[in-house]
Design a protein around this ligand. Structure first.
Ligand SMILES: NC(=O)c1ccc[n+]([C@@H]2O[C@H](COP(=O)([O-])OP(=O)(O)OC[C@H]3O[C@@H](n4cnc5c(N)ncnc54)[C@H](OP(=O)(O)O)[C@@H]3O)[C@@H](O)[C@H]2O)c1
Length: 373
């Protein structure tokens, strides 16, 4: 974790938070799961009174953390918390908001959300909350894993969506933000729309890669490089988050789909480049012109170097097998229907070819192809 200067009073966004003595707030956390508990610990540590409500019964956990747990949202609201922090899953937020008896809260309560997407809860809060309630949309951009030891230097994004006039309201909002500033977070004020744009290109991509590598079953080895350790850490950091959270990042951030498609295209592009080079090497081995093969691999921009004669013919499965001869050309139809195209044939394992009745052992496969099998 980076150890940076926790607070920069000269920057506009950090300016207000330490201007007065901290006062204790009564904070209600709604959604007392993984992240709700993580935040509550910091609130308690800083001397605030913390109440909680959740779908599941967390009375025992709450007691250990010094938090008062209320199974009934009416009972919680009747305690008149000054700040209500919504910490439910993105997917359940609307349902949960509908169950909160706002009429039992004080008329000017500050409602804060900490969802990992921002335009979605902003719109929900604006449409469901009584107009006299204050709204602060936030995203602490760290979690129980990445913020386990310290929050110093970790970004905390916020948008004062609707804070009424008057010292009490503005001070209360600053007081709440001060909790994170005091922990050393890097306070970043930006609109919900801007957040979602940046977060799709960074956080969503990070979670996606973490989940892809988790499915890939990345394992530690005795010769881990530093880069590989980074990948293992990425998997470790993202595996702790629920799938609901990840799905919420995708479903409720309109920019996420574009990033997923870009990732897909980048992966395909890379594969094409590799197979393009492989294709060229095999073509040379089949049809001669061995000069320039090495160069063709290193030229990533142009797959076929300019000094090589243009490809005399397209290499498909028939051309390839005819080039080998020795009877394998009789298997063209079978391989075309079972394997598909030449690129796929290049990476098909010997075992599969044998199962298809193609006598690999007796075929003089090009050395590169043999080494793949
Ligand atoms: N984890 C992080 O690193 C992180 C960081 C920043 C922001 N956030 C945000 O914090 C929020 C909570 O995240 P999380 O990590 O705790 O995991 P999550 O899976 O996103 O949310 C779990 C919470 O949602 C509640 N919940 C889920 N489905 C529900 C339903 N149908 N009805 C009522 N409540 C429901 C759970 O209540 P019960 O436990 O009572 O079932 C629990 O409190 C999310 O909005 C997430 O985007 C998380």
């Amino acid at each position: 974790m980076e150890s940076s200067q926790p607070y920069e009073p000269s920057t506009q966004t950090n300016q207000p938070f330490f201007n007065h003595n901290p006062t204790s707030l009564k904070i209600a956390v709604i959604g007392f799961g993984n992240f709700g508990q993580f935040l509550a610990k910091a609130f308690v540590r800083q001397g605030h009174t913390v109440l909680a409500h959740s779908r599941s019964d967390y009375s025992a956990t709450a007691q250990k953390l010094g938090v008062s747990f209320f199974s009934d949202p009416d009972d919680l609201c009747e305690q008149h918390p000054e700040v209500v922090v919504l910490c439910t899953s993105i997917l359940s937020t609307e349902k949960v908001i509908k169950t909160i008896p706002f009429q039992r809260l004080r008329r000017n309560t500050l409602v804060v959300d900490v969802l990992s997407v921002k335009e979605f809860p902003r719109d929900l809060l604006l449409s469901y909350l009584p107009p006299e309630f204050d709204i602060l949309c936030t995203h602490p951009m760290f979690g129980p894993q990445s913020g386990k030891l310290s929050w110093v230097g970790l970004p905390f994004v916020f948008d004062r969506v609707r804070i009424g006039s008057g010292d009490y309201r503005t001070d209360r909002c600053d007081e709440f933000l001060g909790i994170f500033a005091r922990e050393g977070c890097r306070m970043v004020e930006m609109s919900c729309a801007e957040h979602d744009k940046f977060a799709a290109g960074s956080q969503f991509v990070t979670h996606t890669m973490g989940r892809v590598l988790e499915r890939f079953r990345l394992e530690s080895s005795p010769i881990n490089t530093k880069g590989y350790e980074t990948l293992l850490n990425l998997v470790h950091n993202t595996a702790g988050d629920s799938f609901d959270l990840y799905y919420g990042l995708f479903m409720y951030n309109k920019n996420a789909m574009e990033q997923l498609e870009r990732l897909d295209m980048a992966f395909e592009g890379l594969k094409k480049e590799l197979f393009g080079n492989l294709h060229e090497v095999c073509r040379k081995q089949l049809f001669g012109h061995t000069e320039g093969i090495t160069e063709s691999i290193t030229q990533s921009e142009n797959k076929i170097p300019k000094f090589l004669p243009p490809s005399p013919m397209k290499v498909g499965i028939p051309e390839f097998l005819n080039g080998i001869g020795k009877g394998v050309e009789t298997h063209v139809a079978k391989l075309e229907s079972e394997i598909g195209d030449f690129h796929k044939l290049l990476v098909t394992r010997t075992l599969k070819l044998k199962k298809l009745g193609v006598p690999c052992k007796h075929v003089m496969l090009p050395p590169l192809l043999s080494s793949l099998n």
